[in-house]
Design a protein around this ligand. Structure first.
Ligand SMILES: N[C@@H](CCC(=O)N[C@@H](CS)C(=O)NCC(=O)O)C(=O)O
Length: 238
C-alpha cells in the first residue's frame, strides 16, 4: 500500500491509539492531524449521522469513522499483512470479544489513571502542550481546559462504574489481559490479531504516564508489549 492515510486524532485518545496500532501492523503510512477538542474544525466532512468524534481516517476517497469500523476497514484494504481475524472460530470470537472489551472497559479506565489526580492531570496537560498546534491562546485553552474537563470526566467514570481506586481498577484489567494471554505469544494465539492491536494501542496511550509502571511490573505483559511494538516498528513504512 503506497497511499498515505490521514488520521484525525487527539493525541491522548485511546481509540486513536488503537487505530495507530492497526495502521502500523498493516504497514500503512499515515499522517496525523491533531483536532482541537473544543472546536473540531479540522475534521473532514462526515456523513450527517456521524458523531463529531475522533478517530476519523481518510484513505484515498474513503472517510471512515469509529475505531472498530476503521480497523475492519484496514483489514479489508490490507487483508494479507497481519490478518486481524484469526481463521480459527474460537480465536476469531476471542479477538472480537477483546476488542469490544477494550472499547467498553479499558478505554474508560485509561482516563481515570491519567487524569485521576491533579498531578496526573498536569502531566497530561504537558503532553497535550507538546502535540497541540492551534496557536497560543487556543493552546492554553486546550491544555488547561482539556485536562480540567478530563479530571472531572475521570471522577464521573469512577463513580458511574462503582470504583473508588483507579489504579486498583487498572490492575484488575491487567489481570484479565494476562489471563487472556496465558502462555501464548499473542492474545489469541501464535499470531497477532485485532485483540493485540486494540490492547497495544490502549497501552501506548499511557506509555508516558506514571500509570504505565503497573504494566512494567508484569514480565509477561512487558514481553508481549515489546513483541507487538517490534512488529509495529518492522511493519511501519515511515
Ligand atoms: N466509539 C468511538 C468512540 C470515539 C470517542 O469517544 N472519541 C472521543 C475521544 S477519546 C471524542 O472524540 N470525543 C469528543 C466528543 O465527544 O466531543 C470509537 O471507537 O472511535
Amino acid at each position: 500500500m503506497t497511499e498515505v492515510a490521514t488520521l484525525y486524532q487527539f493525541e491522548l485518545c485511546p481509540y486513536c491509539h488503537k487505530v495507530k496500532a492497526g495502521l502500523d501492523l498493516k504497514g500503512i503510512a499515515y499522517e496525523r492531524v491533531e483536532v482541537n477538542p473544543m472546536k473540531k474544525t479540522e475534521l473532514p466532512e462526515l456523513p450527517a449521522d456521524a458523531p463529531k468524534k475522533v478517530p476519523v481516517l481518510r484513505l484515498g476517497e474513503r472517510t471512515v469513522f469509529d475505531s472498530t469500523d476503521i480497523l475492519a476497514f484496514l483489514d479489508e484494504v490490507v487483508p494479507d499483512k497481519t490478518p486481524f481475524i484469526p481463521t480459527d472460530d474460537a480465536a476469531a470470537a476471542k479477538s472480537r470479544e477483546i476488542e469490544q472489551w477494550v472499547d467498553d472497559e479499558l478505554t474508560f479506565a485509561m482516563p481515570t489513571v491519567i487524569y485521576g489526580t491533579w498531578g496526573e492531570a498536569a502531566k497530561a496537560a504537558q503532553i497535550t502542550a507538546r502535540t497541540s498546534n492551534f496557536g497560543l491562546v487556543q493552546n492554553l485553552a486546550v491544555r488547561a481546559g482539556g485536562s480540567l474537563i478530563m479530571h472531572q470526566v475521570a471522577k464521573r467514570i469512577l463513580k458511574k462504574r462503582g470504583k473508588t481506586d483507579a489504579h486498583a481498577w487498572m490492575n484488575e484489567n491487567l489481570d484479565r489481559i494476562e489471563a487472556w494471554l496465558g502462555d501464548d505469544d499473542f492474545l489469541t494465539g501464535t499470531a497477532p490479531s485485532l485483540a493485540d492491536a486494540a490492547v497495544h494501542g490502549a497501552f501506548t496511550c499511557i506509555a508516558e504516564f506514571p500509570a504505565f509502571a503497573s504494566i512494567e511490573k508484569r514480565p509477561k505483559l512487558v514481553a508481549w508489549y515489546q513483541r507487538v511494538a517490534d512488529l509495529r516498528a518492522n511493519n511501519r513504512p515511515n
